[in-house]
Design a protein around this ligand. Sequence first.
Ligand SMILES: Cc1cc2nc3c(=O)[nH]c(=O)nc-3n(C[C@H](O)[C@H](O)[C@H](O)COP(=O)(O)O)c2cc1C
Length: 161
Amino acid sequence: MKQIAIVYFSRNGSTRQAASFLAERTGGQLVELETEKRTGFLRSGYQAKKKKAAALKGDPWESVRESGVLVLGTPVWAANGTPAMNSFIKGADLTGKRVYLFTVQADPETRSAGTIHSYFKELILDAGGQPAGTLALHGAPPGKTAPAGAFDRLLEAWEIC
Ligand SMILES: Cc1cc2nc3c(=O)[nH]c(=O)nc-3n(C[C@H](O)[C@H](O)[C@H](O)COP(=O)(O)O)c2cc1C
């Protein structure tokens, strides 16, 4: 039984990089969210702004059923989280789970992260989970991937579990 699961969505690899680092550090299980459809840049931004949900492949909820601690990772799209992460949290039963959240974005000042974290905190509470901590990371411009090791120092210092 896996104690910790790191559930993430990543389009260009930066969030995946952070999630993989956390998986190595915590021994947690990686669960990648994949959408049924890949939307273009403008549509993706529009759907994120409208806080839409996107159909996910497979059953990521089953993968985390036994996990007591979840770390959720999502890029920032149009000053919001991603439709993939909206779907995951809205479809989840997080009862009894401690839930950490990190966001990855192009803006080095990580503007809008606070608002996004507050929004997800409400969704996590609605799903029965216990919000446990948040972290805002500076990733890369749209379409680019952050250089290897870009997040290590901040993730090392993040008090999780
Ligand atoms: C549709 C779209 C909208 C975006 N909107 C924002 C934004 O509002 N603010 C920001 O800082 N970065 C924004 N970005 C940049 C991503 O957050 C950034 O490239 C991040 O590193 C992507 O993570 P990933 O490589 O895991 O997909 C946007 C990227 C995309 C594709």
